[in-house]
Design a protein around this ligand. Structure first.
Ligand code: DC
Length: 233
């Protein structure tokens, strides 16, 4: 591959749950006129398919078989609003349920599932440069990306953000419940090649502490990093 292929020009964003990856990633894509893709949606879509097929998410071989055969597609009616399609049906609106939240870590920790989804995610960035967010984008999916970012924030800050989102969606959870759920999610996601803590960030990643910076400020820093790493030489 040349140094100017779509993967090199893509932006890889990693970080733990509720670190602001999607908000920042989408805004960044809009700003730079790139496509946006949140890889968590793929793990969620596989979990949806597993639950619908009544496959036990703990049975690795059955889950892997289902995922490999899954007719899963990603479409971009708008470059920053990817839609997940299973067997020609748009399931994007069904991916943020409590049931999926509770099971997605079981599916995403299976190495064969990750292998399959990494392959599909990488294929997306071979067509045109994208802003891709997840837990292993800089380390595994797009290691050649010139711009790699790791978003970090304390557990409390992340829980506060999630709590705000949930209140907006009309859910009546308490802050303590959300804080506990955030800790549990970190623990469950902490397997395999995933980057959840700054020490696990991809080599050369720009680490941004988002505790005291708003989303606009984080986007600004990412734009600077992108322009610096893609400046004509
Ligand atoms: O970011 P999210 O909450 O939508 O992620 C859903 C799940 O998928 C979560 O368990 C982490 C996992 N995930 C992953 O393992 N690797 C990725 N690149 C993206 C998400």
């Amino acid at each position: 591959m040349t140094n100017d292929d779509p993967i090199s020009r893509s932006i890889a964003i990693d970080g733990p749950t509720a670190s602001g990856k999607s908000v920042v990633g989408r805004a960044l894509a809009e700003r730079l006129r790139l496509g946006f893709f949140d890889t968590g949606m793929m793990y969620r879509a596989c979990t949806l398919a597993v639950l619908r097929a009544a496959v036990d998410p703990n049975t690795e071989s059955a889950v892997t078989e289902l995922v490999r055969a899954l007719d899963l597609d990603v479409r971009w009616p708008d470059p920053t609003d990817p839609r997940i399609v299973i067997a020609n049906v748009d399931v994007t609106a069904d991916l943020r349920t409590l049931e999926i939240e509770e099971h997605v870590s079981l599916v995403s920790r299976i190495e064969d599932v990750r292998h399959e989804l990494v392959r599909r995610q990488r294929a997306i960035a071979t067509r045109e440069p994208v802003v891709m967010v997840g837990r292993d984008i800089g380390t595994r999916v797009l290691p050649e990306a010139r711009t790699k970012v790791f978003l970090d924030a304390s557990t409390e800050t992340r829980a506060r953000r999630r709590y705000g989102d949930e209140r907006e969606r009309g859910l009546s959870t308490t802050f303590e419940e959300v804080l506990e759920a955030t800790r549990r999610r970190d623990e469950l996601d902490n397997t395999g090649h995933r980057a959840l803590r700054r020490e696990q960030a991809a080599e050369g990643a720009l680490i941004i502490d988002t505790d005291d910076v708003d989303a606009d400020g984080v986007v600004e820093r990412c734009v600077e990093a992108y322009l610096a790493s893609n400046a004509p030489r």
